[in-house]
Structure formats: C-alpha cells, structure tokens
Ligand binder design. Structure first.
Ligand code: BG6
Ligand code: MG
Length: 216
C-alpha cells in the first residue's frame, strides 16, 4: 500500500549532483589532490556535507582540525552555491514533472527527503517548490543517511506511516536509509543495480506503474 512518495533531490529530481562533483573536485585540487574521481564522488552521494568532505580528505596525508574542516566545507559550499546561480527548470530530470502530476492526480502525497541544506533554494530555482506536500532536508536533521532520520521526518510532516511511503533514491546510503526506516525503496540512475531496493529503474520516466507495483 502506498500513500506517499518521498524523493531524494540531487540526482533524482535535479542534475545538481554534477555541480557537487565539480565543486568538490576544485576543492580537492586546491588541497593538492589531483586524482579526485567520479568513483570517489560516488561515495559522497546521499551523505551530508561533512561526510562528503571526509571522502576528499581521505586522499591526502594532511591532517585538519575540526575548525579547518568546517572552513573547507564552507569553501566548497560557496563554490557550489555560486554554480547554482544559473540553475533553472531545465535542470529538472526527465519525467519528474509528469510523474509528480500523476501522483497528485492519484491522491498520493509527495515529499522531498534530501541531505542537502541547499534544498529550499534549489526547489525554488527549478520551479519545484510548490510541487510537494512536505520538505525534509539537511536543515531538519542531525544524522546523515544511511540513518533514516530525513525520511522519517518527511513521513511525519506528511502524517503518513513509514510503511506506506516509497522512497526514490540514487544513492546506496539513501536506499539503506529507506529500508532501515521501514519504507519501500526504488533505486534510480546511479543506484539502479542496488540489491537492497524493492525495484530499480533507469529513470523516473519509467515509474508510471508505481501504484500497480506497490498497491494502494
Ligand atoms: C546530497 C548529495 O544530496 O546532499 C551529497 O548527494 C551532498 O553529495 C549532500 O554532500 C549535502 O549537500 P549540501 O548542499 O548541504 O552541501
Ligand atoms: Mg541523490
């Protein structure tokens, strides 16, 4: 039975995961790390800003104090936020607007569940801000995915039981978070082959049978 769908943001609703990668790569280069790759970036998917920073710092022998780490995370965020300036609805991934309309026409509630503290600004710039019944993001949480906190807060804001929520995720950490939280998990994009997910699809455009799959 599904009553709500909770969407991850970066890499599920919008293409911003590429902008995260560019900003982290630039920070890495400033630290003298030349080999920061897409494989490293894959381990940053879904996790918090500070956890993502640790993935970069693993690639250098240098040690940083907590204060220095905060300053590095802020520096990356400044670069990332600058790259969001030109963001508009063309950054919304294929099939997203139609899928949200389909869910709304079928009285299924919608929410965002993202680690990103930039969620509100991204939703606004991409014309997605008024498309969801609730938003839960890095500004609401204490714990990073794979902890289920961000999705449980989304379910609570919607007033729907976790067992009646489907999470759509492109990260392994997010799929684990959904399952630990007692929700269904749909893997898309980069997470397509994750075995813990209930179903996998290459893109949201292929999800128009979601109600038949999970029942209502
Ligand atoms: C997640 C991304 O959605 O948000 C991570 O997949 C990122 O890579 C995290 O680190 C935190 O984002 P922000 O915008 O708060 O730095
Ligand atoms: Mg994501």
């Amino acid at each position: 039975m599904i009553k709500a769908v909770i969407f991850d943001l970066d890499g599920v609703l919008v293409t911003t995961d590429e902008l995260h990668f560019s900003a982290w790569k630039r920070l890495a280069e400033e630290l003298g790390i030349t080999g920061f790759t897409k494989a490293d970036n894959a381990r940053q998917r879904g996790v918090s800003r500070m956890a993502s920073l640790e993935v970069v710092l693993e690639k250098t022998e240098r040690k940083f104090s907590d204060e220095e780490k905060l300053a590095l995370a802020e520096k990356k965020n400044d670069m990332y936020v600058k790259s969001l300036e030109s963001l508009d609805k063309s950054a919304v991934l294929d099939g997203v607007f139609d899928f949200i309309t389909y869910l709304r026409n079928n009285q299924i509630k919608t929410a965002v569940g993202s680690a990103s503290k930039n969620t509100p600004v991204i939703l606004k710039k991409t014309n997605l801000a008024d498309k969801f019944d609730a938003v839960s993001c890095g500004l609401d949480t204490q714990k990073s995915k794979p902890d289920p906190e961000v999705f449980l807060i989304a379910a609570k804001k919607l007033g729907i039981e976790p067992s009646e929520c489907v999470v759509i995720e492109d990260s392994d950490a997010g799929i684990e978070a959904a399952k630990t939280g007692g929700m269904y998990a749909v893997a898309v994009g980069e997470a397509e082959h994750n075995k813990k997910a209930d179903i996998s699809v290459s893109s949201i455009g292929s999800l128009n049978r979601i109600i038949e799959v999970f029942g209502r």
